[in-house]
Design a protein around this ligand. Structure first.
Ligand SMILES: [Zn+2]
Length: 162
């Protein structure tokens, strides 16, 4: 178990297109385990390998709602549907939140840590998290998609008042 430092913007690693994973070995398993520990320690719901300095196509998502952690190696979006605007954040952009439009539904093809191909369907916030992490693997940052920046503290105060 190891927590790795999370790379924050600006850093060219974050805008690098990640390469395909070919070796499903112990090193990959260790990276996935470290990414999970790092994500939990950072209070995140997803993490992409470039955020810990590895420019390879590896990402994880865990909404923390008791389901199994999603590990995506070489993921590809094969279907999308609908659209939804919600507030997003990113561990590489501490304190930045904004409204981003994304598909409501997504179907992804990916490999697991053993290299086995699988298909995954998700909706709503889970789909959003998956698409956010896959964007990272293409060097695409959520700030390029923000339609409106949101002051989260202000928002929390409003919610308390409501
Ligand atoms: Zn992110």
């Amino acid at each position: 178990m190891a927590i790795r430092p999370v790379i924050t913007h600006p850093n060219e690693i974050l805008t690098t297109k990640c390469t395909e994973v070919k070796a499903f070995d112990k090193k990959l398993a260790t990276l996935l385990d470290d990414m999970y520990d790092t994500m939990i320690a950072s209070d995140g719901i997803g993490l992409a390998a470039p955020q810990v300095g590895e420019t390879i196509q590896v990402a994880i998502v865990d909404l923390g709602e008791g389901q199994e952690i999603i590990e995506m190696i070489n993921p590809e979006v094969v279907e999308i549907g609908g659209s939804e605007i919600e507030i997003e954040g990113c561990l590489s952009f501490p304190d930045i939140y904004g409204e981003v439009e994304r598909p409501f539904y997504v179907k992804v093809e990916a490999q697991d840590r053993d290299g086995a191909l699988y298909e995954l369907e998700a909706e709503d916030y889970e789909a959003r998290a998956i698409l956010h992490e896959i964007d990272h693997l293409h060097g695409v940052l959520f700030t390029t998609k923000i339609k409106r920046y949101v002051d989260l503290e202000e928002l929390e105060n409003e919610e308390e008042e409501a």
